[in-house]
Design a protein. Sequence first.
Lengths: 310, 270
Amino acid sequence: MSEKIATRDAYGKALVELGKENPAVVVLDADLSHSTKTIKFAEAFPQRFFNAGIAEANMTGVAAGLATAGKHPFISSFAVFAAGRAFEQIRNSIVYPNLSVTVAASHAGVTVGEDGGSHQAIEDIGLMRLLPGMTVIVPADAIETAGAVRALASYNGPSYLRLGRLAVPQVNTEDYQFQVGKATVLKEGETVAIFACGLMVAKALEAAEKLADQGISAAVINVSTIKPLDNETIIAYAKKCGAVVTAEEHNIIGGLGSAVAEVLAENCPTKMARVGIEDKFGQSGSPAELLELYGLTAENIAQKAETLLK
Amino acid sequence: MTTEAFAAELRFRAIDMLIKAGSGHPGGSLSAADIIAYLFNEELNINPQNPDMPERDRFVLCKGHAAPALYCALAMRGFFPLKELDTLRKLGSPLQGHPDMKKLPGVDMSTGSLGQGLSVACGMALAAKLDGQSNNVYAVLGDGEQAEGQVWEAAMFAAHYQLDKLIAFLDLNGLQIDGTTKAVMDSAPLDDKWRSFGWAVQVIDGHDLNAIKAAVAKAKTEKTPSMIIAKTVKGKGVSFMENNVDWHGAAPKGEQAELALAELRKGVSL
Ligand SMILES: Cc1ncc(C[n+]2csc(CCOP(=O)(O)OP(=O)(O)O)c2C)c(N)n1
Ligand SMILES: [Mg+2]
């Protein structure tokens, strides 16, 4: 497997590429540009980068104003603050007027690590998914992040891009073309369908290998667009496999697992299990320790699948 | 039309539409009426035939609950038929309870959630600066709204990025919902606060059209963002509404409706 790259790093790099081609792209940050990696854009295009200071609510509103004048702002902070502190600004100043702003939030999930629970967003997918007309993207690796940044810059309407601090393995092939709203089948399978997003996609692939050892054929689907959800692919694989496991680095309430459950409950009720953070806050620790502690592991996915199939 | 006549007609129409809607915010619509009348009748470079004209001046009604005043100004300038004013707050109307830029041409920003508008106006002024455009961005804030922390985030931002094309009005009517601003959350002294945030500050009588005009002219010469603190009377023009907090968010009915319209009809030829 190739080198591990954090999606936030891929984001910073992709912004610079995009900045070269698209003069409408502007970037704002709230005093975290070294962490969110918008610093790369700031260095390349200082006249199109604006530090808003530690004032996320205002940054969100300024982005809305820029968007009314035809700019495409990417605004970044930690997910806790980007989606949480400025939630109502996102709602009323960006999504309600349907403005094309991308809220690109890094440090999502428990893999923030040592900073602890105050800095680990476990609810942001849910918050963003609830907003009518919001597009929610959780890229699984660097390749997908680059594709998503490019796609969202020319996308009409508001979007949320969820990025991580931790370096993650590549799960997509170099020629992968990201498309908003399209889930990708990474591994075919017959017995259980694993729908995953973000860094849990790599864990899902690992889980599928473990399951194969037990003679269980698992399909792995990367659901990087949480909204609008690729209902067609989800229903097709639920029907084909008859059992579903979801996996996400987010509260099991309100995120990918909930979204999949909603679609399946109405279209083809399927036995399913959700792997995610079980309605708890995070805490300090190394990312690896926390992933283990909260059950965000290939073992847990495989075990949940086996239990389902019993 | 003189701005005096424009303002008088705007007041009459604003209360008339509120009465027909049966709900809405008369007090803050009337206190801001002269500011809005001046801007829309004399100042703003806008085009009803081309509401999205890129080089237009922008207007953000941060205190979005004063929507009736904005709607009347837009209709009187020909952005949509005057008849539509009668649909305020009704199902399917582009005249939502608070301004909605997706539904009504001429509305530059959807507002209603207090504290957010000035940030958006900053973004508009920043975009103009980036594009080398010379348009101005106007904003109208409430005095109760000054309690919102985001207003001061925006204040800092505008000064930091030298948004000299940003000209804001503060509708200093002394009232909000739960009482006087002094009693609910005293934000005085506002002139010193805005000045200390790096803004050029003027304090004027917000019902003196000449003073409004002169203040805007002066604001345009500043190298910093401008705050024009307009001393106003909430409910201005309707005797029983003036300085009365009860008329923040209630439409007059029955006899009171008749009385309000009779007072406002004076000097208005429709
Ligand atoms: C964030 C937010 N909180 C509360 C309200 C409800 N609200 C509507 S108007 C108002 C009072 C506004 O007072 P002020 O800013 O002084 O406006 P004006 O007196 O000009 O009407 C309040 C609290 C709101 N619209 N937005
Ligand atoms: Mg007031």
